[in-house]
Design a protein around this ligand. Structure first.
Ligand SMILES: [Cu+2]
Length: 352
């Protein structure tokens, strides 16, 4: 296997960041107990569709739901679900469904933390003109997530409009760190309403905070009401969801706020500078005199480290994206080092 392929293969094994909401911890029709961190806006795009089977036609009807949720800190967020082809209110037909919601995670840690998490989600659905709400409990244990929620709606659903409370149960099974299978069922305590179900295979994109899913469901939209009732359309919809956390701090440069990358380690002029780029120390061997300094500059969009094989030699810790680390070598010797998250990245400093 050539070296580059080897590097890519090893990079895939590096820990996946969980900096945003992950579909590996939530089934398609469950709101989840996730709340974005303060300063993070979560953007999720759910797109379901139906392909009319009529020969030579294959007209695609789309049912998208956009989720935007801003983390406020202290386990709180404020969000919006917006669906442009809702099947919730058919008389009179109301195609646009907007739901404003707040979520308060009263118990439990960040998305994917082991153990229990509990959240309250009060909401207002403008299409249904209904005050809705949901209490969800998640339980994460190794590869498994079990979720249960109780949903209440002010305005009843179903032909007799009497369905006001629904129970939803969800399950996620993580086959690997990057792939999970999930499903859920939500049903109102009323026989005039058909239960909503969904099933999905979910993927974490390696090295990115994004996840996506491929899914099937009989429900159209991802609001509390929309995810609790089978669409009157009576068809299975297929679709995908993509989750994108937007870290507001990253957009500083748009507004002229260039943050100086962190420089750590020893001060002074470096006798040698090593570019860290494309998952490699570009100069993998440098020779200096005792008392001189070497600087490593991280030009990758990933964190790297300079970690010496000799545990008695202090290394860099994490070198942030765009940051650098400098070390002065006072004793002659041969100093081998590697990067802790990417152990295939190796280099050596020879001190005469
Ligand atoms: Cu590295």
């Amino acid at each position: 296997m050539n070296r580059r392929v080897c590097r890519v293969a090893l990079a895939l094994l590096a820990p996946a960041p969980l900096a945003g909401q992950s579909l590996l911890y939530r089934s398609p029709n469950m709101g989840g107990t996730w709340v974005p961190d303060a300063g993070v806006v979560q953007f999720n795009f759910l797109h379901r569709f139906y392909v009319a089977p009529s020969a030579g036609d294959h007209k695609v009807t789309n049912f998208p739901t956009f989720t935007l949720a801003a983390g406020l800190g202290k386990g709180l967020d404020l969000g919006l679900h917006y669906a442009t082809n809702s099947l919730l209110i058919t008389s009179p037909y109301t195609p646009n469904e907007t739901e404003l919601f707040a979520r308060w995670r009263v118990w439990g840690g960040a998305d994917g933390s082991p153990g229990f998490a509990v959240s309250f989600t009060p909401a207002y659905n403008f299409a249904a003109q209904s005050v809705d709400g949901d209490v969800q409990v998640d339980w994460n244990w190794q590869r498994l997530t079990l979720a249960g929620s109780i949903r209440m709606t002010q305005h009843g659903l179903g032909s007799d409009q009497k369905a006001r409370a629904a129970f939803a149960e969800g399950l996620v099974l993580r086959a690997t760190r990057y792939i999970a299978f999930s499903g859920d069922v939500a049903s109102f305590l009323n026989p005039t309403v058909q239960a909503a179900w969904s099933a999905a295979v979910n993927f974490q994109i390696p090295g990115a905070p994004h996840t996506f899913s491929l899914q099937a469901s009989n429900a159209g939209t991802n609001t509390i009401q929309g995810a609790s009732i089978a669409s009157p359309f009576g068809k299975v919809l297929y679709g995908f969801e993509f989750t994108i956390p937007l870290h507001l701090k990253r957009f500083g440069p748009w507004f002229g706020k260039e943050t100086a990358p962190a420089a750590t380690g020893d001060a002074g002029t470096a006798a040698a500078t090593i570019d860290v780029r494309s998952m490699a120390f570009r100069t993998d061997s440098v020779t200096i005199q005792a008392g001189q300094t070497v600087r490593w500059s991280n030009a990758d969009p990933l964190i790297h480290t300079v970690t010496f094989e000799d545990p008695g030699v202090a290394g860099s810790g994490e070198i942030p994206v765009g940051g650098s680390y400098a070390k002065r070598f006072d004793m002659a010797g041969v100093y081998h080092y590697h990067c802790t998250p990417h152990p295939f990245m190796k280099g050596v400093v020879v001190v005469k």
